[in-house]
Design a protein around this ligand. Structure first.
Ligand code: COA
Length: 181
């Protein structure tokens, strides 16, 4: 039984991911860590139930102030991915999304469906003006999602952050409320 969820397909559901699900989230990250770790900093520090709880609690705290939010994607009741608003700045009208999936859950459009739903909510219900997507240039699957969402590549921040021992570029993609109309 689930309290709140959005059906992405007959078998896949997008639901809030909350601190009480820390154990399930920690086990999920452990299972798919090699797939996520090249791209997602939190896949390095979510290592056990306690670090997962702290990570989810930070999102619960920011959500309570109408800031960031985090969601999981379950397929046939098993956690297989997620999506988040890393930033949700209502006064500025700007938010930033992030996504992930298990390797076996890729190729079915689940993250595009989830991101579209969250983008629609942000733009149409919450009146946000701009949704950002930050991605390293070598992450072709993530860039393909940004394109499917109708985002435009606005520019590249060169060597903007150190990750996995290398200074990485970050592409900024974005969708504006006017683009989606
Ligand atoms: C980024 C990531 C979530 C993309 O996953 P994905 O499965 O490629 O993306 P989607 O769920 O949108 O699925 C798209 C694929 O499903 C197919 N598809 C099937 N039905 C579809 C539908 N209804 N709508 C859209 N695509 C559909 C598409 O053709 C595409 O297939 P292709 O890869 O063969 O071209 C995944 O690669 C991942 O978790 N990577 C590691 C973490 C990461 O990099 N996160 C992003 C950091 S910026």
């Amino acid at each position: 039984m689930t309290l709140f969820g959005h059906n992405l397909t007959d078998s896949a559901q997008l639901r809030p991911l909350e601190p009480w699900q820390a154990e399930e989230f920690a086990q999920y990250v452990d299972r798919v860590r090699p797939h996520l770790a090249p791209w997602l900093p939190w896949a390095h520090f979510v290592k056990d139930t306690e670090s997962a709880r702290q990570f989810l609690q930070r999102y619960a705290d920011t959500q309570s102030q109408d800031g960031g939010r985090i969601f999981g994607i379950w397929v046939d009741g098993t956690m297989e991915g997620g999506a988040l608003f890393r930033i949700f700045d209502v006064p500025a009208g700007v938010c930033e999304m992030g996504v992930w999936l298990s390797p076996d859950a890729q190729g079915k459009g689940l993250v595009t469906l989830a991101a579209r739903h969250l983008a629609d909510w942000a733009l149409k219900v919450r009146g946000m003006h701009r949704i950002e997507w930050r991605v390293t240039p070598s992450n072709t699957r993530s860039i393909a999602v940004a394109k499917r969402l109708g985002m435009r590549h606005e520019g590249t921040l060169r060597e903007v952050f150190a990750f996995n021992g290398v200074r990485q570029d970050l592409e900024i993609w974005a969708l504006l409320a006017g683009d989606a109309a």
